[in-house]
Design a protein around this ligand. Structure first.
Ligand code: DON
Length: 602
């Protein structure tokens, strides 16, 4: 077994040492031509983990091991993904979850694709202005912390559906590693201990969160064991009875009682009515350096797939050199500005809103929008508005006009993992509680609850915790799914599996995922280099380019000279990707050293 594990200290040392990224050639990768990683990032892995059969790349070594264990027991990628997801609910409580939701993108080796949408839903008693007080002011805390922030969780139903659809093993079998980790416990890492310390103010407000995650105030030190007996009991019930326990059984009763006691809105009826969905994936084709590429990605209620395809459509005709080239960074930042303007206007739950997906992802539309970019000067977001998406041959005038825009925000944790099995089945899966530790409330059934209600447009006209602007179509309404940025994506090269990717990071999910695809598909970077490369982000509003701390300083000044406002941020996204070596078929696990990423294969 091969494995990488990265420490926080290494990441900090690395960030301090980096001065810039080396230029990379503009071509698609071939096995014989794998490029060295960008920059000399001490402590970060410089090569992907290589394995011939299967690979799992996640935020946490124990979760990757859980997935690998299932692959080695003969399970397929879906079996392993379900095992990994339940394990993340135990070892990465900030984001891995059974109290939240997610998206799982599946591409089977025979070419079949499915998108499992197990996004949370607003409870039946939710209403458009539920977080707005009598004074007309938004109570931002109420949609972020505590029981009223919680939307109906979808993860357990979604994982069961994925397993029943494509898995080969029983739920009880794939849940074995997660149950073991919850019951026997696992050693708290340095990163986890310091994260719990920083989350103390929120967690200590809720009795069970305080007891389980803060040891009633005594706090965990690195190396100590975290056991979660209530969670273990819940996982055992689910293993035995399936999602029925979570939505209509003992777990549902515990959750509904908690809600009634602590002022939440979710009822037994909301839980019983929750439905995961299978949706058609979004697809787009590109050519680059003599190869044909196909991008398979997330449909609404994710905004990410639409945005990534729109961006790649615009960039198809734009030459890119490297992230050490101001022209390339400028053009991509301008593309990002425009896709986020469209996101703000058009994206919402497709079950209730008419989202112009075909127009937004159309090549002619992209050409028109790209023509508004000045290659030498930054545009102003005040002047950039959402376009009028339309397909080739259909006039722009006949397309639906944009919705009234309002604002929304982002939070700091979610988790993305990738799995490829020996047969070539691939999974890109992103799950979230929204913010780190979600609502910070732990239910009596032992799991943290999401604060996904904050992904709705909580008050038209105001930005959310991620500073995002969103449309009226994303307003709160019973049984609607809040708009997401999660973008699990799979890329094919000449019809064959090539790259499995995705990220956490609120709106920066879209940029981190897009950049990982460009690094692999357009720049031909080695897989780990594609993940290590410094990242940047523009989301239309606020009008500034965010640059990772180690982004080349010369590029920042050159961007400023073109009229871009810039701001440094520590790190952006956590892309746990798997690439396929086109010559050997080897799986190249590239976990993100920005977190405790771990790629494990056999
Ligand atoms: O679904 C979304 O877009 C957000 N709830 C994701 C939040 C997130 O990625 C926070 N993490 N870093």
């Amino acid at each position: 077994m091969l494995a990488h594990r990265f420490c926080k200290v290494c990441a900090v040392l690395f960030a301090a040492l980096i001065s810039g990224a080396a230029p990379v050639a503009v071509r698609a990768q071939a096995a014989t031509e794998l490029h060295p990683p960008a920059g000399s990032r001490d402590g970060w892995p410089q090569q992907a983990v290589r394995a011939a059969h299967g690979m799992v790349a996640t935020d946490e070594a124990l979760a990757s091991r859980a997935g690998l264990e299932i692959l080695q027991r003969g399970g397929n990628a879906v079996d392993a993904a379900v095992a990994t997801s339940f394990a993340l609910a135990v070892v990465e409580p900030a984001a891995g979850n059974i109290g939240g939701g997610g998206f799982m993108l599946v591409r089977l080796a025979d070419g079949r694709t499915t998108f499992f949408d197990y996004r949370e839903m607003a409870p039946g008693k939710a209403s458009r202005d539920m977080y707005i007080g009598a004074d007309g002011k938004l109570d931002q805390q109420a949609s972020a912390v505590g029981m009223r922030a919680v939307a109906v969780p979808g993860t357990v139903a979604g994982l069961e559906l994925a397993l029943k659809t494509y898995g080969t093993m029983k739920l009880a079998a794939v849940m074995t590693p997660a149950i073991r980790l919850a019951e026997d416990g696992f050693p708290v890492s340095e990163r986890f201990a310091s994260e719990l310390q920083s989350q103390r103010p929120g967690l200590q407000r809720f009795a069970l969160s305080r007891r389980i995650f803060l040891k009633d105030g005594a706090m965990f030190r690195a190396g100590e064991t975290l056991r979660q007996p209530e969670l273990a009991a819940t996982l055992k019930r689910i293993a035995k009875l399936g999602a029925a326990d979570f939505y209509r059984g003992e777990t549902a009763r515990l959750l509904a009682d908690d809600m009634a006691r602590l002022g939440g809105l979710i009822t037994l009826e909301d839980l019983a009515n929750y439905q995961p969905k299978t949706r058609e994936v979004l697809r787009a084709k590109y050519s680059s350096d003599g190869h044909s590429w196909e991008v398979i990605t997330a449909p609404p209620p994710s905004s990410g797939g639409v945005a990534v395809i729109e961006a790649l459509n615009m960039l198809q005709a734009i030459p890119l050199k490297s992230w050490n080239d101001v022209e390339s960074v400028h053009m991509v930042a301008e593309v990002m500005r425009r896709i986020f303007a469209d996101r703000a206007a058009y994206l919402a739950d497709p079950d209730f809103a008419s989202v112009p997906v075909a127009g937004l992802t159309d090549a002619c539309y992209a050409k028109e929008v790209a023509a508004t970019i000045d290659p030498r000067h930054a545009s102003s977001s005040k002047e950039i508005r959402a376009g009028t998406p339309h397909a080739c041959g259909i006039s722009a005038e006949s397309a639906t006009p944009p919705q009234t825009m309002v604002s929304l925000g982002e939070g700091p944790h979610t988790t993305h993992f990738s799995v490829v099995d020996a047969a070539g089945n691939a999974i890109a899966c992103t799950t979230t509680l929204n913010n780190s530790y979600g609502s910070h409330v732990t239910s009596s059934a032992g799991f943290l609850l999401n604060n996904e209600m904050d992904d709705f447009t909580t008050q038209p006209g105001l930005p959310n915790g991620f500073n995002l602007i969103q449309s009226e179509a994303n307003a709160i309404a019973p049984r609607h799914r809040p708009l997401s940025s999660m973008t699990p994506t799979i890329v094919l090269r000449d019809g064959k599996l090539s790259f499995v990717t995705g990220s956490p990071g609120g709106p920066t999910i879209i940029s981190a995922t897009l950049l990982s695809i460009l690094n692999w598909m357009r720049f031909g970077m080695e897989a780990q280099a594609a993940i290590n490369a410094p990242r940047f982000h523009h989301q239309w509003l606020p009008d500034r380019v965010l640059l990772e701390r180690d982004f080349p300083t010369g590029i920042e000044s050159a961007l400023n000279a073109r009229g871009h406002e810039t701001q440094r941020i520590n790190r952006m996204g956590t892309v746990n990707a798997i690439a396929i070596d086109p010559a050997t078929g080897d799986r190249l696990g590239a976990a993100d050293p920005r977190h405790d990423g771990s790629a494990q294969g056999y």
